[in-house]
Design a protein around this ligand. Structure first.
Ligand SMILES: CC(C)(COP(=O)(O)OP(=O)(O)OC[C@H]1O[C@@H](n2cnc3c(N)ncnc32)[C@H](O)[C@@H]1OP(=O)(O)O)[C@@H](O)C(=O)NCCC(=O)NCCS
Length: 223
């Protein structure tokens, strides 16, 4: 997987790069499961697997030479960001303002029968589960989520293609991205090209199993 790139479809200038598991903790805590203490945010089942990829989106430096930019370019006009609500290292592009995690994990076998036929009939062997996707609250609704997801899809497609070219048995040139989507974010994912894989809604109670339940729906698509 590419170590760094600087393309962004967001109106907020971004770069993307792999990050260590610990770098996901602050945003997971802030936007996903605030009731779970920081030290319990990582999930031993998958966060430390060698094939797991944690990806971060970072604000691009303004290029003015200033060590700290209080503004970010949003659209064609510079819009003030409330930098007091972003940490200094987030404003400076040193800490991520969006994170997600990609895990080599097959779709639950018990749910395969309920997959839409368009997916089930051409299910690739390479299956990746998206976990713990969050954008800083101050930057939500500005295209950052779509941008990092598009970047992820591009990377995974490249990866699938290279597996195929290498003659790897897994390499079909396609892969299946799936995830448990918060039901409240279903439209966001649909706008990013994902589909509902199973209309059944279900509750999750965080990695501790003791948090206030959040409603989810299984989504994804073949890339
Ligand atoms: C869900 C999340 C990752 C989306 O990222 P984002 O940067 O806010 O979304 P974008 O600005 O890229 O939105 C892309 C499109 O989806 C739409 N959209 C985003 N969130 C939406 C929502 N909850 N409901 C309906 N539409 C939504 C946007 O309006 C935009 O539509 P447009 O292109 O027609 O203007 C982000 O809002 C977030 O971190 N939410 C809190 C944590 C969370 O729920 N994570 C997902 C866990 S499964």
């Amino acid at each position: 997987m590419s170590s760094s790139t600087s393309t962004s479809t967001s109106s907020v200038p971004l770069t993307f790069r792999p990050i260590p598991p610990t770098a996901t903790i602050p945003l997971r805590h802030l936007v996903l499961w605030p009731s779970i203490p920081l030290q319990d945010q990582l999930v031993p089942d998958y966060d430390f697997e060698p094939t797991t990829i944690h990806l971060g989106a970072f604000l691009m430096a303004s290029g003015t030479g200033s060590s700290r930019s209080p503004k970010a370019q949003i659209g064609s006009e510079p819009q003030p960001l409330d930098a007091t609500r972003l940490s200094r290292s987030q404003s400076d592009g040193e800490e991520p303002i969006a994170v997600l995690t990609l895990v080599h994990h097959p779709y639950p076998s018990s749910k395969l029968v309920t997959l839409p036929s368009t997916i089930a009939q051409r299910l690739p062997p390479t299956q990746i589960q998206l976990h713990k996707f969050g954008v800083h609250p101050l930057l939500q609704g500005k295209g950052v989520g779509r941008s990092i997801l598009n970047h992820t899809i591009d990377l995974l497609r490249l990866r699938a293609a290279s597996l195929s070219n290498d003659g790897n048995a897994e390499g079909t040139g396609r892969l299946f991205l799936h995830f448990d989507a918060r039901a409240s974010q279903r439209t966001f994912y649909e706008k990013c090209g994902m589909i509902v894989l199973n209309p059944e809604l279900f509750l999750k109670f965080g990695s501790t199993g003791k948090e206030v339940g959040v409603e989810y729906v299984r989504m994804g698509n073949i890339l």
